[in-house]
Every structure is written in C-alpha cells, then in structure tokens.
Design a protein around this ligand. Structure first.
Ligand code: ZN
Length: 414
C-alpha cells in the first residue's frame, strides 16, 4: 500500500545525543541501541474512525522518535500496518450500510492526508493486512507445527488459537497480573468464554470462515487473520525477529502488544521481539476521552480547514509529555499559536551562530531524554524571551534555528 509524501528534513546543528525512551516492559527509561539502521514498527489504524487528533498524537510521538534518530545520523526502517480486515470495520460498515472495503479505503485516504498535512515522516513499508495474508498463514502454520497453537474442537468453526503458555516469559511486556489481563482481554476484543479454548486468555490466530465475512484459503481451512498475529508477521518479516522499537497508543499495551510479541517469539524462537515497547498516552477533549460515541472527536482536517497551522497543532500536542494522558482544548491550541508567533518574532533577533547552536543542542538534549517536549519547548521559550525586541540577528543563526526546530520537532518557523 502506498503511504504519503516524505516531508523535507533539514540538517540539524549541534552534536548527537543518544536517544533514551521509556520501555513499558522494563518500566524504565533506557537508551535505544540501534545498529546503523533502527527498526521501528508502529501499529497502524483500523480504518473505520481513524482520523481524530488522538490518533494523530500517537503518530506525532513516533515522528519525534524518527526525527531524533535521524538527527543522530541513524537511518530508520519504519514499518506500519493497516488493520484493514477486522471486526470493528465490519461492524461499522454494516451499521452505516456501506461496503467494508469502501469504508476502509476512504478512511485510509483521510488518514494519509492528515499525516501529510502534519508533515509526519511516513513509514517505508505501509502494509495492509489484506496484502499479507500469506505471511500470517506461514506464521500460524509455524506455531501449529511447534505446538504453540491449536485448532479448537469445533467442526463448524475450527478457529486456531495460540496457547498463552507457549512462551515462558508471557506477560513481560505489560507486566500485568493475570486478573488485570483477564479484565482487559475481555474489554478489548478478546473472547475469554469461547468454548473449546484451553485457557480463557488464549488469543485468536485464525478465524475460520463465517457467513458474510471475507475469507482466504489456508492449510488449516478458509478464514481470516486474528489481529495480533498480523502485526507479528508484518513486523518480523521486514525488520527481523528482534528489532528496536514497537510502538503504539497505551491502549495497545495489553492484549495487543503482549500477544504480538508472544506470537512472534513462539514462532521464531526468540526471547524478545522488540528492544523497547513505547506507548503514547490518550488524548482527551476538555478532560473527556475522545471517542466517536461521545461525539467529541477533534479532526485534524477540520482544524486546518479553519485556518490553524499544522505547526501550531504540533506545538499544542507537544506542550505535554507523550506518556501522559493529555488534554486538548481550544485554549491549548490558542496558546500554541501564541507560542509559534513569539518564536517567529524572536527569529528576527536570533543572536549569534553560537547562541543558535547552543539552543539547538539544548533542544536535542531535552528530546533525547524520553522525548521531553515540555522541556524542549521551554528552552525555546527562554531563548525567545531573551532576544532583543530591537532585532539585530545574524541570518545564519536564524537559519540554524529554523532548520534545527524543523528537523527535531517538525515545527517550521518560516
Ligand atoms: Zn499492531
């Protein structure tokens, strides 16, 4: 599947600062240690109501990760999927009386256009589940062959499940106890009560064909992929069996990332799929979690159509730390616009190239520390406050600042 155009990323002044990120599995901030190329997989959308600011904030978080790695001279192999075959998509299409394929296509187009507007660096591999059915079949077969998966005893619907006990370290990613896992599994699309499962927590790998649902042939009967195995297959087939960063929203910590890792690890015989499991908090509007059912979604496309700049939207999202559940409001956007205007005014009095390089180095340092965007914004605020209202800046210094803030934050001062 094609992704979206790549924005230009200028060279950034200063010297590299090794990136550290919080790892959900180890529950601490520690350095990312890629080779020449960092492998990053971020779970993509299920295309049914996928274009609100909450989603955009997650992808902006990993855009920052990407930018810090690039600024350090590390190439990034970025892979993202699209769950274009799954229950929520079918349910929404049926409710709205549209074909699920058409719904998917239109939502993917909207998502691409939001990402392009926000100048988010695109994945090199943007991969739909439908494109990778064969890859899922191979991995499910591998799990069946090595005893990590089984077919339920149900002649009509012989679904395939992964055994939750297939890997010794299951649970390491989320660190949840069994009771919490059971609760979240039931809440987030799991099927603990499915008769014939060996353990209520066993996760679906292959859903045997049901009337009215799309299906594909496989050695274990016609059906379609489960959600978690889709990401295991797409990620490891492109990034290798162990890669640097697995990312997504905090609602993916369990069950999705736990099972994606477990399926990959059981299939490939590795201990740990990703070096870091990185999760972005949820976005609320005026203190209430954004959701379609509550009708309080904020759409990037509407904000830009109303004349708000993508750079201001970025600054609004970056005003608080990515791991927090964050708020969005008109006041936050207005404050971001004011900040952007102040920074732009300050550019006319940018100071010397030494001042500029120092500023960019401090921004590098803040962002390398688990993407401390509030700290980075404060550093720039302090520089802006210290500039002289009479102007008198060196154009070279101004350009260093423009390029540095664009390269590191994706925010353009001109
Ligand atoms: Zn995923």
């Amino acid at each position: 599947m094609h992704s979206w155009p790549t924005p230009s990323v200028p060279d950034v002044a200063g010297t590299p600062v090794a990136l550290s990120l919080h790892d959900t599995a180890d529950q601490r901030i520690r350095p990312v240690t890629p080779g020449a190329t960092a492998g990053m997989y971020v779970c993509g959308i299920t295309p049914y109501d996928s274009t609100h600011l909450g989603h955009a904030a997650t992808y902006l978080t990993f855009d920052l990760v990407y930018r810090q790695l690039l600024a350090n001279g590390t190439a990034v192999h970025y892979v993202q999927n699209i769950t274009d075959v799954d229950d929520p998509l079918f349910e929404r299409a049926e409710r709205d009386g549209v074909d699920w394929r058409d719904l998917g296509t239109s939502q993917i187009d909207l998502f691409r256009s939001d990402m392009e507007t926000l100048r988010v660096l695109p994945p090199q591999d943007y991969i739909g589940a439908i494109e990778t059915i064969d890859e899922v079949i191979d991995l499910v077969q591998r799990l069946l062959d090595n005893g990590a998966a089984y077919v339920v005893d149900d002649a009509e619907h012989p679904d395939v499940y992964a055994s939750v006990n297939a890997t010794e370290n299951f649970g390491y990613e989320s660190n949840y106890d069994r009771e919490t896992m059971a609760e979240l599994f039931a809440e987030r699309g799991g099927d603990p009560d499915r008769p014939g499962k060996r353990d209520p927590l066993d996760a679906l790998l292959w859903r045997a064909r049901r009337d009215g649902e799309p299906s594909w042939d496989s050695p274990f009967g016609p059906g379609r992929p489960g959600w978690h195995i889709e990401c295991s297959a797409i990620a490891t087939n492109r990034l290798g069996t162990s890669f640097d960063i697995q990312g997504g929203g905090s609602d993916l910590m369990f069950p999705h990332h736990e099972f994606s890792a477990a399926h990959a690890e059981a299939g490939h015989g590795v201990d740990r799929m990703a070096g870091h499991y990185v999760h972005a908090g949820m976005i609320a509007l005026d203190g209430v979690k954004m959701s379609k059912s509550l009708g309080n979604l904020v759409f990037v496309s509407k904000l830009t159509a109303a004349g708000h700049e993508p750079d201001a939207i970025r600054l609004g999202v970056f005003a608080s730390h990515y791991r927090q559940d964050r708020d969005w409001s008109e006041e936050i956007l207005a404050a971001a616009e004011k900040r952007l205007a102040t920074w732009r005014r300050a550019l006319a009095a940018a100071g010397t190239t030494t001042t500029a390089t120092d500023l960019i180095q401090q921004v590098r340092e803040r962002l390398a520390d688990d993407l401390d965007t509030p700290g980075a914004l404060q550093v720039v605020d302090e520089w802006a406050a210290a500039t002289s209202p009479e102007g008198g800046g060196d154009p070279t210094a101004a350009q260093l600042i423009v390029d540095g803030l664009d390269g590191l934050l994706g925010v353009r001062l001109r």
